[in-house]
Design a protein around this ligand. Structure first.
Ligand SMILES: [Zn+2]
Ligand SMILES: [Zn+2]
Length: 141
C-alpha cells in the first residue's frame, strides 16, 4: 500500500486518486504551498476539486492552513499529526513568497478569555529568505 493511502485511511478518509496525489505533492515539498502552486504541479485537476480535496485533508488534520502576511492561504503538511495542527511558527519570505515551517519552534501557550475557547492559531513572521538575501544556504559554522 502506498504511504499516502495508509495516511488517508488512518485519518478516516477514502484514499481517492485525487487525495493521494495532492497529499503526496504537499508532503514531498515539506513546505507550505498555495493553492496555485499545488495546481501548477497537478495539471488535470480542476481548481474547485483541488479546493474540496484540500478542505477534506484539512478537516482530517493531515494538512493545516496558514494565512500569509500577503493574504494568501498556504497548505502545510502535517504528516505526523502531533499535537495541535499547525502548532509551530511559519516564516514567510516577503520577497519571493516562499513559506517554511519552523517546526522546532512551537507556538507560545495562549489562554483564552474566560469562557472562551481557542479553535485556531497561527504565528507567521515575515522577512527575507537566505536565497533572496543572497546569503546562501550553506552549512552552519
Ligand atoms: Zn525569498
Ligand atoms: Zn507548518
Amino acid at each position: 500500500m502506498d504511504p499516502s493511502t495508509k495516511t488517508l485511511r488512518d485519518a478516516g478518509l477514502r484514499a481517492t486518486a485525487g487525495r493521494r496525489t495532492v497529499l503526496t505533492t504537499i508532503a514531498s515539498r515539506g513546505a507550505p504551498l498555495t493553492h496555485a502552486e499545488i495546481a501548477s504541479e497537478l495539471t488535470g485537476l480542476d481548481p474547485v476539486t483541488l479546493y474540496r480535496i484540500l478542505d477534506s485533508l484539512e478537516r482530517a488534520g493531515l494538512v493545516h492552513r496558514v494565512h500569509g502576511l500577503d493574504g494568501v492561504w498556504r497548505y502545510c503538511p502535517q504528516p505526523e499529526r502531533r499535537g495541535c495542527p499547525g502548532n509551530h511558527v511559519h516564516f514567510l519570505c516577503t520577497t519571493c513568497g516562499a513559506m517554511s515551517c519552523l517546526v522546532d519552534q512551537p507556538l507560545p501557550r495562549v489562554t483564552p478569555p474566560p469562557g472562551g475557547r481557542i479553535d485556531a492559531r497561527q504565528f507567521v513572521v515575515g522577512g527575507t529568505c537566505a536565497r533572496c538575501s543572497g546569503a546562501g544556504v550553506g552549512d552552519a559554522g
